[in-house]
Write a protein that binds this ligand. Sequence first.
Ligand code: GLC
Length: 803
Amino acid sequence: MSLSGKYGHFDLENREYVISRPDTPRPWYNYLMNNEYVAMISNTGGGVSYYRDPRIYRVLRYRYQNVPYDRPGRYVYIRDDEDSSYWSATWAPSWTSGGEYSCRVGTNYQIITYKYNGIQTQIRYFVPQDLPLEIWDMRISNVSDRFRRIRSFSYAEFAFWGAMRDLMNIDNCPNVSRQKWDAENQALLHYSYNDIGTGLNDMHFVMNYAFHVSNRPVSGYGGDRDLFIGSYRDERNPICVERGSSSNYCENGGYPIGSLEHSFELEPGESARVVYQTGYAKDEADYRNKAKKYIDEREIDGAFENIRTIWKTRLDAFRAETPSREFDAVVNSFVQYQAATTLVLSRSISSYEWGIGRAIGFRDSCQDQLGMMHSMPEESRKFLRILAEGLATDGSASHNFNPFTGQYGSTGFYDDHNWLALSATAFIKETGDLDFAREIMGFRGSEKKSSMLEHLLAAQDYAWKHRGVNGLMQTGHADWNDSLNPEDKKCESVFTSLLYCASTIALIELLDKLGEKKQSQKLSRRLKTISAAIEGSAWDGNWYKRMLRKDGSALGSASSPQDEASIFLEPQAWAVISGIRQSERGKALLDIVEKKLGTEYGHKVMDIPFSRFEPELGSVGIYPPGIKENGSVFNHASSWMIYAEALLGRGGKAFEYFMRMSQTTKNEIADTHEVEPYVACQFISQKPYHIVGRGRNPWLTGTASWMAVSAMQGILGIRPSYDGLLISPSIPGSWTSFKVIRRFRGTEYKIQFLNPDGFESGIKSIKVAGREIPGNLIPHSPSDSGATIDVEVLMGSGAALLS
Ligand code: GLC
């Protein structure tokens, strides 16, 4: 566990990760964004951007599956006019050796510094909050001891808007391209027509504008990619840079770029600043309007500070000070930052999701809401409404959908509809807004409207109607595990059955709160029935089975064939999370999981991977053993183990499992892990795969939210409830004290924990503003809003653990 590694370190104070060398094993990304404009940026400037919808309004192009992976990007080439040498301000794409590099990965900003040949450049990349554009704020300094004549060339490669069109219609695209040089404003405009329809029968042409402009008089420009790069060259050695002069030409019918040339004369120690803006506009008037604000350097600095303030406010909503600096470093920054990113972006676009498939995965977004709703409740409210409207009147959920276009995808994944109750009730507990349950919203494909509560009940009924012969929930196309998608859609999923229990318990609690007695009693009866069915048919003797097949045999059983998995992770963790198996029985169960599935990086999803593809079982066997759902440490599922241990009060184990999965652990194995160490990735390869510890699919994973929940509500034990904050820490016994500052419904709670007797969980007494309260619930009243309240928690044996 370490705050620094071979490629960089966590900067606790600034909540940044500082990458100290550019040649990371793969490009390491970050996101820059506001509500309308999203940009992905790698540690060397690569990446895509779009306005609102990554399928139809791409601004900057990105070549997925390219070598190297992160091309093209937002580049600035620097050229020494005396000896004609040149390099890149972000190291790539020119890849010069011997320079000094650093990249500060911040909360929605990226600062890349490169010193080469006596010239230092620093580019601060960010997206201001109020306009759909990105800013590249470059300072160039002469750090040598002689006078320098320097020239710079920027490079922004525009996409033909529609991502599919850009890829598939390569006859049409370059022939529709329109560009022009706006001499008055010294800007390059790309304004090709674009079909944002959904097919041949539904063509819908619009003309958007993309622009690239700077705040400093230029000495040249270029609008055509081929002229900029030249024949038999690539971004590494463009002819314009080598020659030292721009094409000053815009080609209609070609591949559009924005490139601006600037010249500098710098005395030793002297600096200059150029601020580029690249963005989206509806039309030319709109572009003129949008591009004029961030010419003023004070506005630019103000916009950057604004982002820092927004994130400070967000992250200050939960701050931990524990004896573990490593734990604090990630919990107070990247765990929350990643959870917030998934909350907003769902699974839309990343280095492995190209933004045209599912925009929102129903189950994904339900879970993505859980980690950061305490800090971004309004975002969460918006999303929960969108999700509820993804339900049909029969309660079935659309597995994937796109809220921008109103297009919904398939149904038939029977875990989906079981997640929403967990997120919606978590939101009401966080905000105290019981009226949310009565808010009216629509249904997918219907004129009907009804309350959030009725949506949740419809989903519940839908689940209840889809039970199988053993009384458990049918799997449908797949349950949480996309690769366990057996041919027989009616086989039963133990995981979904346990998830059903968890969401039903949450719903019953809400119904009781709302005084809906009859409904609550109905659901309690259902809960009893299914709990008995689970214990009757799904318990294998020492753990839970994974699925029940039609012929009565089970997947994930001690009696499974020898070359097949005997135990899967998901149902074991959820047996505890759902509350079906607690206390000693829960502990015995999780001990077995650790023995059979525990690794140094987390818990594997099954003990024996499938060696071949068997359609009867699903697509799991298409992955080599030890990869993805076929036996890796699938981080999302692994993080449930942390939470489950915390719920059982075994703080030592919960903390240990958190640290196995923690970003700081990844720092140490960066070369093997390959992907970003500062955020969680989807999975980590395991034996029998020949590499153990290789990470794939970083950023947009359900791991983010569950790591946040595990740390904040599990280990540190601060759990929102309808009437206030429940306190139930689950920590290593060696922690004698720690502190959490938690914003809750407008009140700042400063909670000091004392643990002189080395407990891992349990509470002896709680004092709120100096007065002892009974139990472990800090009651909240609306009149507390705006106040700061000191709380002192003495750990020991006392108040109930699992409330
Ligand atoms: C991916 C999917 C998620 C699924 C998980 C396990 O992360 O986004 O929906 O639950 O894989 O298959």
